[in-house]
Design a protein around this ligand. Structure first.
Ligand code: 6PG
Length: 249
C-alpha cells in the first residue's frame, strides 16, 4: 500500500518513502549522479546547490563514493549562516567535511556564500554570482520542523522577496542572521529534491498535507525523499522497502 499519495504533497513530482535515513541518503546520492551525468552530457556543467542542516550529511558521504566528473561540477549553497569562515555550524563546513574535502573538485568550483560579511553584503555579492549562471540544475533542500526550507522561514519577509538571493534576519533557527537562495531561485532551478527524515518533521508534513501554505509547500514541483519516521503516523502503514509514486509528467 502506498503510504503517501502524491496529490497530498502539493508540489510533488514524485514521492519516495524509504525505510530509513541510510536508504534515503543512498537513493538521493544516486539521483544526484543521474542528474549530474545528464547535465554534463548536455551542457558540459552541473550547477548544484547543496542543502544545509544535518539531514543531508549521510547523502554527501555516500556521494563521495560515486562516480561524477567533479571538474564539471559547480557547487553553490542553498543558504548559509552568518558565522565566521570555518565555523563548524556553517553549512559549507558540513559540506566540506562530508563531501567536498574528499572529492577532486577544483577549489574554484566551490562557491561559498560570504555570510561572514553580514547578510546584506553577502546577499548582494552572491546575487551577482548566481544571476550570471542561473538556472541551477539541481537544488537539494531540507525541511525544518516549522516547514522552512533553505533559510526561508514562515512569516519572514525574506520568504516573500522576489530577489534571487535574500538577506534573512530574525530567523527562529539560530543564528538569526542568514543568507538564502530566494524562492524565485529555487523555483527556476531545473530540478528540486527535498530530503526529509526523522519524526521531528511529521508535524510539518502533516500541516502541508492539510493544506497549510508553509514555505516548503510554496516551492515549485519537486521530488520528495522521505523516511518512514517522517511520515505522519496515520500514513506509516507501508511494508518494507521504498515506496514511490510519480505524477505523470
Ligand atoms: C539550515 C538549513 C535548513 C535545514 C533545515 C533542516 O541552515 O539550517 O539550511 O534549511 O535544511 O532546518 O535541518 P536538519 O536537516 O538539520 O533537520
Amino acid at each position: 500500500m502506498l503510504t503517501m499519495k502524491i496529490s497530498e504533497l502539493p508540489n510533488a513530482q514524485a514521492v519516495f518513502v524509504h525505510d530509513d535515513l541510510d536508504d534515503l541518503s543512498a537513493a538521493v546520492a544516486q539521483r544526484v549522479v543521474e542528474l549530474a551525468t545528464q547535465a554534463i552530457a548536455v551542457r558540459g556543467v552541473f550547477h548544484l546547490a547543496l542543502a544545509g542542516g544535518e539531514t543531508p550529511r549521510r547523502c554527501y558521504q555516500k556521494l563521495r563514493e560515486l562516480t561524477i566528473d567533479w571538474s564539471r561540477v559547480q557547487i553553490y549553497f542553498g543558504d548559509e549562516r552568518c558565522l565566521p569562515v570555518g565555523n563548524a555550524q556553517r553549512n559549507d563546513s558540513m559540506a566540506r567535511e562530508s563531501l567536498l574535502d574528499h572529492v577532486p573538485i577544483p577549489p574554484a568550483n566551490i562557491h561559498s556564500i560570504p555570510a561572514e560579511l553580514g547578510a546584506r553584503e553577502a546577499a548582494a555579492i552572491y546575487a551577482a554570482l548566481l544571476d550570471r549562471i542561473m538556472p541551477l540544475d539541481l537544488v537539494l533542500l531540507g525541511m525544518g520542523e516549522d516547514g522552512h526550507t533553505a533559510s526561508l522561514f514562515p512569516n519572514n519577509p525574506a520568504t516573500e522577496s522576489a530577489s534571487s538571493i535574500v538577506a534573512v534576519f530574525d530567523a527562529p533557527k539560530l543564528p538569526a542572521e542568514r543568507v538564502s537562495l530566494g524562492m524565485s531561485t529555487l523555483n527556476t532551478a531545473r530540478q528540486r529534491i527535498f530530503i526529509v527524515a526523522g519524526k521531528e518533521k511529521r508535524a510539518a508534513l502533516k500541516k502541508i498535507i492539510e493544506g497549510t501554505s508553509l514555505p516548503v509547500a510554496r516551492v515549485a514541483a519537486a521530488e520528495w525523499h522521505l523516511d518512514r519516521a517522517a511520515l505522519p503516523e496515520e500514513k506509516d502503514q507501508c511494508t518494507q522497502g521504498t515506496m514511490r509514486q510519480e505524477k505523470p509528467i
